[in-house]
Design a binder for this molecule. Structure first.
Ligand code: NAD
Length: 254
């Protein structure tokens, strides 16, 4: 159903973003991928999806402008924008490094504003658009030692609602998806820090910290998140806007 449509997915060289880029590509979209990684791995993703790649660092507004310009030149103005790039840092607030705070707010929150600011005008003119923001269960509830991430994700949820109201009369929907713990490199990387700050073993972090929050006792899969993102691009989802859709194995129902 996305034949002839252009999709820009940020942070799509890995994890959830890569899963969403795959799903949108399989549905017919021309896809621009973005993110960091080994050049050979990025080329393999490009070959698989027939995708154009932007190496924009989303902590920088000027590079986001270049990414959107490249997408427009190579593929056309995006019809679907997935703001997914994100980073994490785990530390108590009194020892939280200010540069990590700034980076998390820049990539997880400010970049969403910049990408939307630069793409929503064309969607409104065309009378169709889909903006999907990867928020988190941490857009609804908090966990200790994640002050920057929780602040940024709550910000994404509020920003999503605001833009949804601004674009509702123009055929553009704006939603966020809020996964619980998804088994991706981002989650794997925070296990050593959580072991250190809480003095726990690897198994204890997996079962007593991460999956403790998730009544299903299972990690959400990348494919599950991608299928929800894909659904939001269908005609059946035309009236879903301004929503924060949880996919967290029951975490935030508690
Ligand atoms: P990941 O680390 O596997 O992927 C993150 C992607 O963002 C990568 O492609 C990376 O290169 C890119 N990225 C990081 N910094 C960037 C920058 N400065 N500029 C451009 N790209 C950059 O992580 P993931 O788990 O797939 O996370 C994707 C999104 O999902 C994030 O927004 C994250 O907060 C959110 N999320 C993840 C989980 C989870 O449990 N994994 C849960 C809820 C929400």
């Amino acid at each position: 159903h996305l034949n002839g449509k252009v999709a820009l997915v940020t942070g799509s060289t890995s994890g959830i973003g890569l899963g969403i880029a795959r799903a949108l590509s399989q549905a017919g979209a021309s896809v621009m991928i973005n993110g960091f990684g080994e050049p050979t791995e990025i080329r393999a993703i490009q070959d698989e999806l027939g995708a154009v790649y932007s190496d924009a660092d989303l902590s920088r507004a000027d590079e986001i402008e270049q990414m959107v310009a490249l997408c427009t030149t190579e593929l056309g103005t995006p019809d679907v924008v997935v703001n997914n790039a994100g980073i994490q840092h785990v530390a108590p607030v009194d020892s939280f490094p200010p540069d990590r705070w700034d980076a998390i707010i820049a990539i997880n929150l400010n970049a969403v504003f910049h990408t939307v600011r630069l793409t929503v005008g064309a969607m409104k003119e065309r009378g169709w658009g889909r903006i999907i923001n990867t928020a988190s269960a941490h857009s609804l509830v908090a966990s200790p030692n994640k002050s920057a991430y929780v602040a940024a994700k709550h910000g994404v949820a509020g920003f999503t609602k605001t833009v949804a109201l601004e674009t509702a009369p123009h055929g553009v929907t704006v939603n966020c998806i809020s996964p619980g713990y998804v088994w991706t490199p981002l989650v794997k990387r925070q296990i050593p820090d959580t072991m250190k700050t809480r003095g726990l073993s690897r198994d204890q972090v997996m079962n007593d910290v991460l999956l403790a929050a998730q009544p299903t006792k299972k990690f959400v899969t990348v494919e599950e998140v991608a299928s929800l993102a894909l659904y939001l691009t269908t005609d059946g989802a035309a009236s879903i806007t301004g929503a924060n859709l949880s996919m967290d194995g029951g975490w935030t129902a508690q």
